[in-house]
Design a protein around this ligand. Sequence first.
Ligand code: SF4
Length: 232
Amino acid sequence: MERIEATIRSNFHPRITESGEMAKLLKGRHGRRLARVTRSMGMNSLFDEWVDPRLSFSIVKVISAGNGSVLLQGNKNLKSSMLARVMRDCTQAVCFIATIGPALDKAIARANAKRNLTAAYLIERIGSAAIEDVVDEFQLLMKKRFQKEHADVTLRFSPGYCDWPLTEQKKVFTIVDPARIGVSLSSSCLMTPKKTVSGIFGIVPEGNIPYNPCMSCKKKDCSARRLRLRKL
Ligand code: SF4
């Protein structure tokens, strides 16, 4: 685990593609404004100060998947019909918690304390884009690792998305060790630091066509809809 985490830390670079979220934030008008406000608050480099990727994960056996739930090794029963369909052909699953650490939360609090709402908003968006990049990077590393065993990864899911209740976050926190990366969970299932993502993806034998529930989902207003399976 430490080796994967170290690789992510040393390799981490936000995906600043022309059309990406980071590009929108760091280039052009937003970028100039962000540079101005962070300078005025005495802050220097964005990523060195704010983004400290850490993650904890467990690879567990999938005992069964169907009838609206996924039974994992250790008698962990996750309740979601969509997840059960995604995991139908999986032999194993990767449960994870990833965070960029507490520094960005403090930067947002400082900006709010100075009533600089623009800065707070921009820093918040930087954090959201960064944690997504960290999780993408982790999933890509796991994909490469399992390709050597002729397997592939499925789409990933997080508690609170699709039909997987947020309260199931508690189960993920019993599968993965959150303490070693400094993450905690409140009684209302909110994670600290704020820019933390927990979730799961399955490991399927090579050749299986990964299932994308978005293609048949009736939730028309979902901003997380995946029109096609993303290439990692
Ligand atoms: S459209 Fe949204 S709710 Fe429906 S499966 Fe996709 S991500 Fe989940």
